[in-house]
Design a protein. Structure first.
Length: 184
């Protein structure tokens, strides 16, 4: 089984509740590390301008480039559900290595502001998953733009769209995320 995220770009209002809930639930310190990021995507020219958002975290890729790049195997993929995890005590740190950040096409590996910060990233709220609960980002979304679950179930429910404005699918890493685009 492979756990995955679903993001409905047509519903997202850019409120950042998912990002805040992630930081709060995981007790992340204030600073540069963002396990879930919301970005605005703008294009066009007056009078035809367009704005949409994309909410992304680690996509728990089927073939994670970050894990392949780690020289000390500090990034692991759970064989039961496909969720990625970091053994921070084994990570060499950003100043000494940073290979995972360079390898990830989505800039998912995050580092704090401290010297030689250790890598951190979305855990799919594994503690909540064990209690059959959705990740904090999913539960916090006021417009229900996010969902999570086994990828096969999400595909049956929402379809198999893997790209939206602001996200390009990598056939190399095979990110476990599905979308409903706002604009086609």
């Amino acid at each position: 089984m492979q756990m995955a995220f679903y993001f409905d770009q047509s519903r997202c209002i850019g409120c950042y509740a998912c990002s805040v809930a992630c930081k709060d639930w995981n007790n992340l310190e204030a600073g540069p590390a963002q396990w879930r990021r919301v970005t605005a995507q703008e294009w066009g020219a007056y009078p035809e301008v367009f704005l949409t958002y994309v909410s992304l975290s680690c996509s728990h890729c089927a073939q994670p480039a970050c894990a392949d790049a780690c020289p000390v195997n500090a990034i692991i993929k759970n064989g039961n559900n496909g969720v990625m995890a970091v053994k921070q005590e084994e990570c060499l740190g950003y100043d000494s290595c940073g290979a995972c950040k360079k390898a990830c096409p989505y800039a998912v590996p995050q580092f704090g502001s401290e010297e030689n910060a250790r890598m951190q990233m979305c855990t799919f709220c594994n503690d909540r998953l064990k209690e059959n609960r959705k990740p904090a980002c999913v539960d916090s979304c006021p417009v229900r733009a996010l969902d999570a679950g086994p990828i096969e179930e999400l595909q049956a429910k929402y379809g198999k769209v893997t790209e939206v404005t602001g996200f390009t699918y990598s056939g190399t890493t095979k990110p476990s995320i599905l979308f409903k685009p706002r604009y086609k």
